[in-house]
Design a protein around this ligand. Structure first.
Ligand code: 1HN
Length: 370
């Protein structure tokens, strides 16, 4: 292993002199700079995320969402969302890394207009029974703990059919990533609304059979043709897996939502998981490149992120920045806990940037070199 010390050959260690300072000013006049003045900063020994570990309490935020629903109309706001602004990433409106997340509220009977963008989006429903979303003409009904995706470029709009109660769901987008890459586009639907197909939930009917793949459907897009993933099937799959496996030492029993045509991530930039921590279970600590946004789907517990403890309960949001040590604990001795999460792992992996290391059961660290 190399020594992490900048005072060595191979790192920049030029000290300022009056002559050099004058030289730097002259370079600045020419819109240039000396690499050695920034080299150590732009070539860190290991990832230095600007985002910090954070937790947002749903109980504290819910009243603000109810207030937002009174203060602004859906039509004026476009989407009525209170988003998670990580103190270290306010510059790009990210919750962690280059991932955005926010809580969206729709009043009973409300609907939002159709649009599309180059950024990819996903939803995890927190409360309300009347939620629907139309993605590329497929009208999907979604309920609490359901997961749905709105891949890049797809027309989407949504609303709340309930007469009585609001819908609140969590949005996740790769907007900060796509903007950082200067690759974002946005369009409002020319008719403001799509005409949905006659069959509701058609992508679930066509592609939701799990181990059975429909014959005769070609699919060459880079995202999953299955757009919604109901909670009941997800939870049942986790309970079944838990009968035959303890899962991984770092995440417990964990399953990835996948593109049923490929077995790969649901979208090319973002992936998503649901994991189950058995009653009283605590995981070992690990870290990896890649950023994760969590929502507590079920139960209560805590996570330790880079040495800091965050207590969580149902519907809370918390984030783990890239390369931060993290472990999860279910604090209920009698019931399981479930964590929904989405991440930028597909981006990291497709760019060959995935690195991971973790503690083993004896307290030793398994180092993995990049
Ligand atoms: C968006 O299109 C939605 O469609 C929600 O509901 C949140 C945040 C940033 C940019 C686009 C939506 C968004 C968003």
């Amino acid at each position: 292993m190399t020594t992490i010390d900048d005072d060595q050959i191979g790192r920049a260690r030029v000290r300022d002199t009056e002559e050099l300072k004058a030289f730097y000013s002259e370079l600045e006049e020419m819109n240039t700079a000396a690499l050695w003045t920034v080299a150590n900063e732009i070539e860190p020994w290991y990832p230095q995320p600007k985002a910090v570990p954070m937790h947002w309490s749903y109980e504290a935020l819910r009243p603000k969402l109810i207030e937002a629903a009174k203060l602004v109309t859906g039509d004026d706001a476009g989407r009525r969302v209170v988003y998670m602004a990580n103190p270290g990433r306010k510059d790009v409106s990210a919750a962690v890394g280059l991932l955005y997340t926010g809580l969206q509220i729709m009043n009973p009977g409300e609907s939002m207009s159709a649009h599309r963008h180059a950024a990819s989006a996903l939803r995890f429903v927190l409360e309300g029974e009347g939620a629907w979303t139309i993605v590329e003409g497929d009208r999907l009904t979604v309920g609490p703990r359901d997961f749905a995706i709105t891949p890049r470029g797809t027309w989407h709009e949504h609303g709340n059919d309930s007469d009585t109660s609001p819908v609140i769901w969590q949005d996740g987008l790769d907007i900060p990533l796509i903007n950082t890459l200067d690759a974002n586009f946005y369009a409002v639907h020319p008719e403001l609304h799509q005409v949905p197909g006659k069959v509701l939930n058609s992508t679930v009917l066509r592609h939701g059979a799990g181990t059975l793949k429909p014959v005769g459907f070609d699919w060459n897009k880079k995202y999953s043709p299955l757009l919604a993933f109901p909670w009941e099937k997800t939870y049942e799959a986790l309970l079944n897996l838990a009968k035959v496996s303890d899962g991984t030492p770092y995440d417990g029993v964990i399953m990835e939502y996948v593109n049923p045509m490929t077995g790969g991530s649901v979208m090319p930039t973002m992936g998503a998981h649901m994991q189950l921590l058995q009653a009283g279970q605590g995981t070992l600590s690990h870290r990896h490149t890649g950023n994760v946004v969590y929502n507590v789907a079920k139960g209560k517990g805590h996570s330790i992120i880079n040495g800091q403890r965050f207590d969580w309960k149902e519907k809370d949001v918390f984030v783990v920045p890239s390369w931060a040590w993290h472990e999860h604990h279910n604090d209920d001795a009698n019931d399981d806990a479930c964590l929904f999460s989405f991440n930028d792992f597909p981006t990291m992996k497709s760019l060959d940037l995935w690195v991971e290391e973790g503690y083993d059961a004896n307290g030793g660290v398994q180092y993995l070199d990049f």
